[in-house]
Design a protein around this ligand. Structure first.
Ligand code: NAD
Length: 251
């Protein structure tokens, strides 16, 4: 019996990186079913193979698209009748210094990282029939100055505020809401940045040196704190932001 035995869980952006590692941990902790979402079916199919459990369902969809969210929750309602754990993890990062920020850059980041998280959670509430735990993926960026990431950082500051406010909004529903704030984690997010390989190398060296641990974290090093927040081990914890950042916030 694991710490999530019998629980029905949803992880948005569960096809890769932190979301995929969390799906693996949820299954290892005995979750009775884990739904994962992502934008690309092929990547989702590969993720299901990697997780290797019959208790996983992949649902293709975009968290910023209301129809996709409605479809997702209808499916969970129909198949399982309830949801106990939601990890609102899907998010994107794009770089732009202040003078190069475009309207599209702003809209893309806010649509996915803020609007996507907001409606992922709001639309899940009717199927949290028996209390539960909601975890939002913020970022250490929400409290630090980061070069060329001001819009991304602002989206993550919104997410950490969501956790604090929603925990109060949901008083009386027995639903805990917390945020996890990762430091630099070795996922494809870092490889996707549209900057030269040379700049990327310098950036990564600088970020590594900015952590106390002097290294990037692994997706598992976020998945495990998420299991803690999802499970009854954190039953009296709500509205917090848990830093899992290799000490970056302290430097
Ligand atoms: P990743 O690129 O490996 O995974 C991102 C996942 O989100 C993928 O499954 C992708 O399909 C999904 N996704 C992206 N946009 C989506 C959309 N519109 N609809 C549905 N799914 C979508 O990246 P990751 O590093 O695992 O990032 C996961 C979360 O962690 C993000 O919210 C990110 O901001 C946060 N985070 C990452 C780091 C880091 O250093 N990697 C640090 C702090 C916070």
């Amino acid at each position: 019996m694991g710490r999530l035995a019998g629980k029905i869980a949803l992880i948005t952006g569960g096809s890769d990186g932190i979301g995929l590692a969390t799906a693996q941990q949820f299954v290892a902790e005995g979750a009775s079913h884990v739904f994962i979402t992502g934008r690309r079916q092929q990547v989702l199919d590969e993720a299901v193979k990697k997780i290797g459990s019959k208790n996983v369902t992949a649902v293709q969809g975009d968290v910023s698209n209301m129809a996709d969210l409605d479809k997702l929750y209808s499916l969970i309602q129909k198949e399982k009748g309830r949801l106990d754990i939601l990890f609102a993890n899907a998010g994107i990062d794009e770089v732009a210094t202040l003078n190069s920020i475009t309207e599209k850059h702003f809209d893309d980041l806010f649509n996915i990282n803020v609007k996507g998280v907001l409606f992922t959670v709001q639309k899940a509430l009717p199927i949290f029939v028996d209390g539960g735990s909601i975890i939002l993926n913020a970022s250490i960026c929400s409290v630090k100055g980061c070069v060329a990431e001001s819009v991304y950082c602002a989206t993550k500051a919104a997410v950490r505020s969501f956790a604090r406010c929603w925990t109060v909004d949901l008083k009386g529903r027995n639903i805990r809401v917390n945020a996890v704030s990762p430091g630099p984690i070795d996922t494809s997010m870092w490889k996707a940045a549209e900057i030269s390989e040379e700049d990327k190398k310098a950036f990564i060296t600088g970020v590594t040196a900015a952590t106390v641990m002097n290294r990037f974290g692994t997706p598992d090093e976020i998945a495990k704190p998420v299991v803690f927040l999802a499970s009854d081990d954190s039953s009296y914890i709500t509205g917090i932001e848990l830093f899992a950042d290799g000490g970056l916030a302290q430097i």
